[in-house]
Write a protein that binds this ligand. Structure first.
Ligand SMILES: [Zn+2]
Length: 421
């Protein structure tokens, strides 16, 4: 396979790329005009990027595939709050079956793939003695592998220390194929349980050679400080880059003096951060009158301090979030606004937040990126660079995995328009 007339991120000229046996074998600059045309003998196997941006695939580092596409079943969340979401989910949960989960997961992964995602980390609720969702989704991993790499987090929605047999369920989830150990310390009954759960989670991951991704301090409570416990455990267990703190929305409300002290530890620990801007702006700040807090972690500040931050969707049409369409560019657009990242430097490198930073969080970097020798996994986006892709909010024109075309799209075109000049 050849790709011609492609723009690469951060590069001024056009490039031609060659793919052999599923990997990039050559990446070379071409003349800076869209003149390259495929050789006649390779025409059927050539993608003409037409000056559009060729990027490594999107990474969705935080989603709940077990809950997707259940909004309104059996009842709609009328207030839109997290707490009514939990009530609505409690009504939907008894209706969960393997078939129901499988059908929704396949539909959603299809949607994500069509929107340029090739790496997914899904949290799966394991506070269910039958572990139906976890077993079902683990069983789909192989089938999905031609299109996406799927990581499964054993996610204790109702707590580890606060839920009957919570620790045993987490251990069983590992036996059934979980790749990542989750946690929810701010939801545990007591601060002591929250602290205990963090040390236990990191130790369990270390014992089995797994990763960690904790729903950490997803609350507006400025006194919710489990992030320091998680980061310390990661540092002391030498697990830093293998550990991720998701949400950390309480950091929005921490005082700056504490945050300054905390950042020193966070930097040292080397842990990763996932922020879900559309979900957090919607679910947080609900106990505020006016002014209302944005309730999103300090994405810009973490990034400027040299830490790894990526963005995610969290939900697609579930009891907590009725919208969502698989488009990470929409989440990125919202995140840039909410986090005050509208300066040129932030905008011109913004795709990092839904591509390589996510890959670092998932620890798939070795196989990820547009480099000779790496698997030919890439997408082609409408636009010539990060800024123009975000401005256009265009479509994913191609998604290619190991040299095989997964998705090819003809963008919509105007049939008729007003003449104004
Ligand atoms: Zn989540």
């Amino acid at each position: 396979m050849n790709i011609i007339n492609a723009r690469l991120r951060g590069q001024p000229s056009l490039y031609s790329l060659t793919v052999e046996q599923g990997c990039f074998s050559a990446i070379e600059p071409q003349s800076d005009t869209l003149t390259a045309t495929p050789e006649s003998d390779t025409i059927s196997n050539t993608i003409d990027a037409q000056g559009n941006l060729l990027s490594a695939p999107f990474v969705e580092p935080h989603i709940h595939l077990d809950a997707v596409l259940t909004a309104g079943q059996p009842n709609w969340n009328q207030s839109g709050t997290l707490f009514e979401g939990i009530e609505r989910w409690a009504e939907r949960k008894p209706m969960l079956t393997a078939e129901d989960i499988e059908q929704r997961v396949l539909k959603t992964v299809q949607l994500l793939v069509e929107n340029g995602v090739q790496y997914i980390r899904t949290h799966v609720d394991v506070t269910d003695p039958s572990l139906t969702a976890l077993k079902t989704i683990a069983g789909l991993k192989e089938k999905l592998s031609k299109a996406v790499e799927l990581q499964i987090v054993a996610f204790p929605q109702e707590g580890i220390c606060s839920f009957p047999n919570g620790k045993q369920l987490m251990e069983q989830a590992v036996e059934h194929g979980a790749d990542v150990i989750g946690g929810i310390p701010h939801f545990e009954y007591t601060r002591e349980y929250g602290v205990e759960s963090m040390h236990w989670v990191v130790a369990l991951a270390k014992k089995h050679g797994l990763l960690v991704d904790v729903h950490c301090d997803e609350i507006d409570d400025e006194a919710s400080r489990f992030l320091e416990v998680l980061a310390t455990a990661a540092l002391e267990q030498d697990m830093g880059e293998r550990v991720t703190a998701s949400h950390t929305t309480a950091m929005h409300s921490y005082n700056n003096a504490y945050c300054s002290k905390l950042f020193r530890l966070l930097k040292k620990s080397k842990i990763n951060f996932v922020s879900c801007p559309t979900e957090s702006i919607h679910l947080q700040g609900r106990f505020d009158t006016f002014p209302k807090r944005r309730g999103i972690t300090r994405v810009k500040e973490l990034r400027e301090a040299g830490m790894n931050v990526c963005l995610a969707q969290d939900s697609i049409q579930d009891p907590w979030y009725t919208l969502g369409n698989g488009k990470l560019l929409r989440v990125l657009d919202a995140g840039l606004h909410i986090c005050h990242m509208m300066g040129y430097r932030d905008l011109s490198t913004a795709l990092d937040l839904i591509t390589q930073n996510g890959a670092k969080t998932l620890q798939v970097e070795e196989q990820y990126g547009i480099e000779v020798g790496k698997p030919a996994n890439f997408i082609i986006l409408q636009g010539s660079d990060d800024l123009s892709v975000i401005q256009q909010q265009g479509e994913v024109l191609y998604s290619v995995r190991k040299g095989e075309v997964l998705v090819q799209r003809e963008p919509a075109y105007l049939v008729k328009t007003a003449t104004l000049s």
